[in-house]
Design a protein around this ligand. Structure first.
Ligand code: AMP
Length: 511
C-alpha cells in the first residue's frame, strides 16, 4: 500500500460514529476526535446554517432541542429530515454529511489530508439508503471507495484481530448480532478461508438503543404526570434533558441492578429509581423483535444452531445484559464480545479500504467478500387476471451476488414504441408497499411489433450494488443493455453545492 494513501474506514452510526485507520504495517486503530474521544455522537446542532457536531451538540439538547438533528440515519432514504431545523428542511444525507465532515476534519488534523474512505451501512439498508450514504460521503468531500455492510466489517475486524483473516484452514459460520443506537441487523456469515460469504441478513432500520431509551422516558414521564399533572414530553427541551438522563441510566443498568433518573419540569423536580428488572420488563417486546429476526435469519441461511460456531456481539446496545442472556438461551452459545462493540465496525471498514487501495496498486487480494441482497428486487408488471399493477420478483432477498436472472414479458400493444421497466425493492406483491428505486426505458422498439411479442428482461446485480438491465426482443433481433438510473434524492448540482458549502466554501446553489 502506498504510504501516502491512508486507508480510512467510517462507521456512520445512528447515535455514535467512529473513524479508523489501517496502517500498511498492519495496525488498525480508531482515531480520536478533537475532544479526545474515539466515538463521536452523531448529533448536529445548527446555528445560522452551520453545524456543530458531536458532544457539544448533544449538550445543547436541554436548551436548543429545536435546532438539533438526532438520529438522521433513521431518515435516510426520505426526501427530508422529519423535523424542520431553523425553519429549514434538510435532506437527511446533508445532516449525515455534516457529521462526516467533523470526522474528516478531526482525523485530518492528526494524520494529514486524505479523501478515500469506506463507509459502512446496516446490511439491511436498501439501495436508496445506500446511495444516500454514498452521497453524504461525497458532500463531506470524500471519495467513497466502497460502502460495506456493518456486520461484514465487524466480521473482518474480528477475523483480523484473531489472526484468521485469509487463513485457508478456517471454515466457520458466525452470527453477527448488531444492535446499535437506531438500527438492528443480524447477519449470518461463512468465513471460508479467505472468503467472507454472507448467507443471510435481516434487520430493522427502526429499532435500536434509542427505542429502549424512549421506553424509560415514557415510564418516568408517566410517573411524573401522575404525581404533578405536568408532562415533560410536551416540551422538547425538557424531553431532551430527560432523554439524556434516561440514556445514562440505561447504561448504568448494564452494570448495576438499579439506577436513578432525575426529571425536572416547570420548576418541579423528582428523582426516580428504576431497577434492571423493571427496565427489562418494559422493553421485553423490543428484545423479542430481535429474537424473532435472529431465528428467522438462521432459517433463511438454511442452518441449525449447532452449525453456528460463534455469536458476535456488535453495537453499543448489545452491552445490555438482556441481549446476552437472550442470545445465550436462543443459540446455546456464550456470545463473543471480544471485538470492541463501538469500534470494530470502523476498524473493519478501514481494513477493507486498505485492501481496496492495495489491490488498486496491483497487489493480490488477500480476502474476498461475497454479499447477498437484503431486499427482493423486481419489476412492476400487470396482473393479467385483475389488470392491477403487481411486483414480479426477479432477484429474491438473500441471493448471493453477483447474480444474473431473466424473465419473459410480452409487449402490450401493436406497434409499441417503447418499453418502460420500473424497478422496485421490497417484499410486497403490491408496488405501493415497495420502494421505487428507478426505471430503465427502452426507446425506439422496432416498428410494427405485434402485441404479445416476447421481451426478455435480464437483471444483472453486481456486488457493488450496480444493477444492469438488459432487454432482448428475439423476434425483432433487438438487444439493449442499459445501466439503470437510480432515483436520487439530490441532483449532481445540489450535491456539488452542498459539498462546497459543507467544506466552508461559498455556496452556489444549495437550497
Ligand atoms: P452504536 O451506534 O453501536 O455506537 O450504539 C449506540 C447505542 O448503544 C446507544 O443507544 C447507546 O445508548 C447504547 N449503549 C452504549 N453503551 C451501552 C451500555 N453500556 N449499555 C446499554 N446501552 C449502551
Amino acid at each position: 500500500m502506498n504510504e501516502n494513501t491512508p486507508a480510512i474506514g467510517i462507521d456512520l452510526g445512528t447515535t455514535f460514529s467512529a473513524i479508523a485507520k489501517f496502517d500498511p504495517s498492519g495496525v488498525v486503530m480508531t482515531l480520536m476526535n478533537a475532544e479526545g474521544d474515539r466515538t463521536t455522537p452523531s448529533v448536529a446542532l445548527f446555528e445560522s446554517g452551520q453545524a456543530i457536531v458531536g458532544k457539544e451538540a448533544l449538550k445543547a439538547i436541554s436548551t436548543e432541542a429545536n435546532s438539533i438533528a438526532l438520529c438522521a440515519k433513521r431518515d435516510m432514504g426520505s426526501k427530508v429530515f422529519h423535523q424542520a431545523i431553523e425553519n429549514r428542511q434538510y435532506p437527511p444525507e446533508v445532516i449525515e454529511a455534516f457529521i462526516l465532515d467533523k470526522l474528516h476534519k478531526d482525523a485530518e488534523a492528526q494524520i494529514g489530508h486524505f479523501s478515500k474512505v469506506v463507509i459502512t451501512v446496516p446490511a439491511y439498508f436498501d439501495e436508496v439508503r445506500r446511495k444516500a450514504t454514498q452521497d453524504a460521503g461525497y458532500m463531506a468531500g470524500f471519495e467513497v471507495l466502497d460502502i460495506i455492510n456493518e456486520p461484514t466489517a465487524a466480521a473482518l475486524a474480528f477475523g483480523f484481530q484473531h489472526g484468521i483473516l485469509g487463513q485457508n484452514s478456517v471454515q466457520e459460520n458466525i452470527l453477527v448480532y448488531d444492535l446499535g443506537g437506531g438500527t438492528f441487523d443480524v447477519t449470518i456469515m461463512r468465513m471460508c478461508g479467505s472468503e467472507f460469504i454472507t448467507l443471510a441478513t435481516d434487520g430493522d432500520v427502526q429499532l435500536g438503543g434509542y427505542d429502549w431509551d424512549n421506553r424509560l422516558v415514557d415510564y418516568i414521564s408517566d410517573q411524573f404526570v401522575s404525581e404533578f399533572y405536568a408532562d415533560p414530553r410536551e416540551d422538547v427541551c425538557a424531553r431532551g434533558k430527560l432523554w439524556r438522563e434516561c440514556e445514562d441510566a440505561k447504561r448504568t443498568l448494564s452494570s448495576r441492578m438499579k439506577a436513578t433518573i432525575t426529571c425536572d419540569y416547570q420548576g418541579l423536580s423528582k428523582r426516580f429509581e428504576v431497577s434492571r428488572e423493571e427496565f427489562e420488563q418494559m422493553t421485553q417486546d423490543l428484545l423479542d423483535r430481535t429474537r424473532f429476526t435472529t431465528t428467522q435469519t438462521l432459517h433463511a441461511a438454511g442452518l441449525e444452531w449447532s452449525e453456528i460456531s460463534r455469536v458476535l456481539l456488535v453495537g453499543g446496545s448489545s452491552r445490555m445484559p438482556m441481549v446476552r442472556n437472550m442470545l445465550r438461551e436462543v443459540t446455546g452459545k456464550e456470545p463473543d464480545s471480544s471485538a470492541s462493540a463501538d469500534e470494530c465496525v470502523a476498524m473493519g471498514a478501514a481494513i477493507h479500504a486498505g485492501h481496496i487501495i492495495s489491490q488498486s496498486q496491483g497487489n493480490p487480494a488477500t480476502f474476498k467478500i461475497r454479499n447477498v441482497n437484503s431486499h427482493s428486487l423486481g419489476v412492476i408488471g400487470m396482473d393479467p387476471g385483475t389488470r392491477l399493477p403487481r411486483v414480479g420478483v426477479l432477484i429474491p432477498r438473500n441471493t448471493t451476488l453477483p447474480v444474473r436472472v431473466g424473465r419473459k414479458y410480452r409487449t402490450q400493444k401493436v406497434n409499441q414504441k417503447s418499453l418502460l421497466v420500473q424497478i422496485v425493492e421490497g417484499e410486497s406483491p403490491s408496488p405501493d408497499n415497495c420502494t421505487f428505486i428507478g426505471s430503465c426505458k427502452i426507446p425506439n422498439l422496432p416498428p410494427n411489433l405485434p402485441a404479445g411479442t416476447p421481451v426478455y428482461v435480464m437483471f444483472e446485480y453486481l456486488p457493488d450494488g450496480r444493477l444492469r438491465v438488459g432487454v432482448e426482443i428475439p423476434d425483432a433481433n433487438e438487444k439493449v443493455t442499459q445501466e439503470f438510473t437510480r432515483e436520487n434524492n439530490l441532483s449532481k448540482t445540489l450535491l456539488d453545492g452542498w459539498r462546497q458549502y459543507i467544506s466552508n466554501e461559498p455556496p452556489t446553489d444549495y437550497q
